[in-house]
Design a protein around this ligand. Structure first.
Ligand code: SAH
Ligand code: SF4
Ligand code: F3S
Length: 449
């Protein structure tokens, strides 16, 4: 039987979808890219903003017609909702969409093959149960993963080293959907990285919602912080690029900055979400850092590695955000000049503190502020990209382009770079001299391999 996975949300979900692919493939199911051909439809969902939730329910409408069409032909079709919406809205999903067969929270995905097997088995007896699994025990999830075979990977892959979050930023659902922070043992992480590399992976991005508070058991039995793990990862043969995401500014230490100085394969690029440039709003968000601490962290990293660049996340229109608070956000964006940034309108999430706060900002003001901020952030990104023209950057090529001999890859700063060169193949890392800039990518020529 064939399965199809639709993925929403962050890198952690992408990793989870790969794991489910591994588990189901190992159990004999076949992955397919075409939803109409699939017998098992999996939706790995995100609940971070309201739009993400809505998207799921509209996609489930389409899934229903696929299911009913198959049933008319006498075939089975399972619909399974996994991920963060599954955790947050389990009962609502079954109420609103009764033809969903199973709902699995993000820490339950290790059970995906058991659930599919059991649903199919019960159908033989004309039983059509709803299965609901939403335990938040992260330890179980990773114990299952240990015994799973990795089936297929690309050149650039994610590897979750830490699950959950203890920060409880007042706007955020993640602590509720993924549970408490849990760091995996370094031994398991290193083994998984080695298995990935043996399948051709060149670049690994270590994942956690609060990755720089990693504190797992090291291979020496002591507790390791993230910097210690980065040094150990750098020793793995065949790994050519290392990244980690997402860092919280409150946890940037001098040792992390030193790791950026010492480790060649660690990219000089860091995603460091700031959310707001107003200390009053940061406090209301419970972010536990001030704008001074944020700017200090950036300086610290640049002190140890001069070519560091940064990307960030912003939220506009958080409750009580005044024109002055918003201006402070614009000011800090101007000061740091991010190489890349994502910005969002604040979206109230059920069950979070901020959703109950007074003085919610009207939608119209949120939209106006978002547009102003995005224009500025785009200008900074364009400026950063323009500054690359004439420079030589290291590029990992991951796919072929539309034109003859064209390859597309990413620089260490996550910029898309394309070249036309028959001497390079995907999976190669090469030095590229940037000659031009197109709307979505940089263009260059190979300097040396
Ligand atoms: N753990 C990371 C990222 C969490 S989610 C961190 O602490 O930064 C990714 C981004 O989504 C956040 O950085 C934030 O900018 C945005 N986000 C989270 N909850 C949101 C909400 N309720 N409304 C709008 N944006 C939100
Ligand atoms: Fe959410 Fe804050 Fe945790 Fe990030 S650090 S996942 S924003 S609670
Ligand atoms: Fe979304 Fe869950 Fe990730 S809410 S951003 S999929 S942790």
């Amino acid at each position: 039987m064939k399965f199809f996975i639709k993925n929403y949300g962050c890198q952690m979900n992408l990793y989870d979808s790969e794991i489910m692919t591994d588990i189901l493939s190992t159990a004999g199911y076949i992955m397919c890219d075409n939803v109409d051909e699939a017998d098992i439809l999996l939706f790995n969902t995100c609940s971070i903003r309201e739009k993400a939730d809505e998207k799921l329910f509209s996609d489930l409408g389409r899934a229903k017609s696929i299911k009913f069409k198959k049933q008319d032909l006498g075939k089975e079709c399972l619909i399974i909702v996994c991920g963060c919406v599954a955790q947050a809205k389990a009962s609502t999903i079954f109420e609103r969409v009764p033809y969903v067969d199973a709902v699995l929270g993000p820490q339950e995905i290790g059970n995906i093959a058991i659930v599919v097997n059991s649903l199919l088995e019960q159908r033989k007896n004309n039983e059509y149960p709803h299965i609901l699994m939403r335990d938040l025990n992260t330890r179980n999830k990773f114990a299952t993963l240990k015994s799973t075979q990795i089936t297929k990977r690309g050149f650039s892959e994610f590897l979750t080293i830490q699950e959950g979050c203890n920060n409880f930023c007042t706007y955020c659902v993640v602590p509720y959907t993924r549970g408490r922070e849990f760091s995996r043992d370094a031994k398991d992480i290193i083994n998984e990285a080695k298995r990935m590399i043996s399948l051709g992976v060149k670049e690994i991005t270590l994942l956690g919602q609060n990755v720089n508070s990693y504190n797992g058991e090291g291979t020496d039995g002591k507790t390791w912080s993230l910097d210690r793990l980065l040094y150990a990862m750098a020793e793995i043969d065949g790994l050519v690029r290392l990244k980690y995401i997402t860092s919280n500014p409150k946890d940037i230490t001098e040792n992390i900055a030193k790791a950026h100085r010492d480790i060649d394969i660690l990219v000089p690029f860091l995603h460091l979400p700031i959310q707001s440039g107003s200390d009053f709003i940061l406090k209301k968000m419970n972010r536990k850092y001030s704008t001074d601490k944020y700017l200090y962290s950036i300086d610290l990293l640049r002190q140890y590695r001069a070519d560091m660049a940064f990307s960030s996340d912003f939220i506009v229109g958080f409750p009580e955000e005044s024109d002055k608070d918003f201006e402070d956000t614009l000011k800090i964006a101007d000061k740091v000049r991010f190489a890349q940034a994502y910005s969002f309108k604040y979206s109230p999430r059920e069950g979070t503190m901020a959703a109950k706060m007074n003085n919610q900002v009207p939608e119209k003001i949120k939209s106006e502020r978002l547009e102003i901020l995005q224009n500025i952030l785009n200008n900074h990104q364009n400026e950063f990209n323009r500054n690359t023209i004439g420079k030589t950057v290291s590029v990992l090529f991951t796919k072929y382009g539309k034109f003859k001999n064209q390859l597309v890859g990413r620089s260490e700063y996550s910029q898309a770079v394309s070249i036309c060169d028959s001497s390079i193949k995907i999976g190669d890392i090469a030095h590229v001299k940037i000659t031009d800039i197109k709307s979505h990518s940089l263009v260059g020529i190979i300097e040396k391999k």
